[in-house]
Design a protein around this ligand. Structure first.
Ligand code: SAM
Length: 231
């Protein structure tokens, strides 16, 4: 498993982050353009607490979330049961997806496992579970621009966006750069999310120096890389 301290240690704050992210649905619209949800069997790899599963289940024919961290897999299952969503949840990781060959039309992973070099076993698994013509769609940060990107690059200077891009180019993935928004309902929510996404020194610097145009409802532009490959 790739350590994910933000959601493992503070799932309730990660929920706030998910609720703040991309309320306009920019990512969802881009996904639908690449491979229509309608009629598709969709896999969410590294689904965490299953935040995206109910929405995907409204759009697609069938949805399964795969998550290796047991407490999160349980939370995801509880979420779909609580609201009566038809999505399924299975415990497992990207390197050994517990699904049959050729059974998925869209494989989605959002800020999960597929971060560049080292994730080749997971890419082989995507190739195995996707039907011919199926599409893998991976969402990650674009650290080269936007307010969030500048914070990320400053906090994690060893991160090399050019090397990550070369990796995905070599793997045959195309990249579409998008800008989403983080929209928080309070300054406290914003501060809580900054604290789980950045080391303490970086979080303190962001919170003391960045001026939101509406401090009661902070909004942050956030560049993301959507990478996809049709198998
Ligand atoms: C930052 S969270 C994102 C969760 C979810 N995709 C979301 O958008 O709410 C990263 C997730 O990847 C999961 N993860 C870690 N290693 C993994 C692996 N090898 N295969 C699949 N998922 C993994 C973590 O347990 C965690 O749930």
């Amino acid at each position: 498993m790739i350590p994910s301290p933000n959601i493992w240690q503070t799932p309730e704050v990660y929920e706030i982050e998910n609720l703040a992210s991309d309320r306009a649905g920019v990512i969802e619209a881009a996904m639908d353009e690449l491979h229509p949800f309608a009629g598709a069997r969709l896999l969410d790899v590294g689904c965490g607490t299953g935040f995206h599963l109910p929405r995907f289940a409204e759009l697609a024919e069938a949805v399964v979330g795969v998550e290796p961290h047991a407490p999160l897999a349980r939370s995801a299952w509880q979420r779909v049961c609580r609201i009566g969503s038809p999505a399924q949840v299975v415990r497992g990781g990207a390197e050994a997806i517990p699904l049959a060959d050729n059974c998925i039309d869209i494989a989605h992973a959002r800020w999960a496992y597929f971060f560049g070099s080292g994730c080749e076993p997971g890419i082989a698994e995507l190739a195995r579970v996707l039907r011919p013509g199926g599409t893998a769609i991976l969402i990650d940060n674009d650290a080269t621009c936007s307010t969030f990107g500048s914070w990320f690059q400053e906090a994690y200077p060893a991160y090399d966006p050019a090397a990550v891009q070369r990796f995905w180019d070599r793997q045959g993935f195309a990249t579409r750069f998008l800008t989403i928004q983080w929209t928080f309902d309070s300054a406290a929510d914003f501060a809580a999310v900054i604290a789980i996404e950045f080391p303490t020194y970086a979080a303190e610097r962001i919170l003391s120096s960045w001026q939101a145009s509406d401090p009661q409802r902070p909004q942050v532009d956030y560049a993301v890389a959507l990478r996809w490959r049709t198998f």
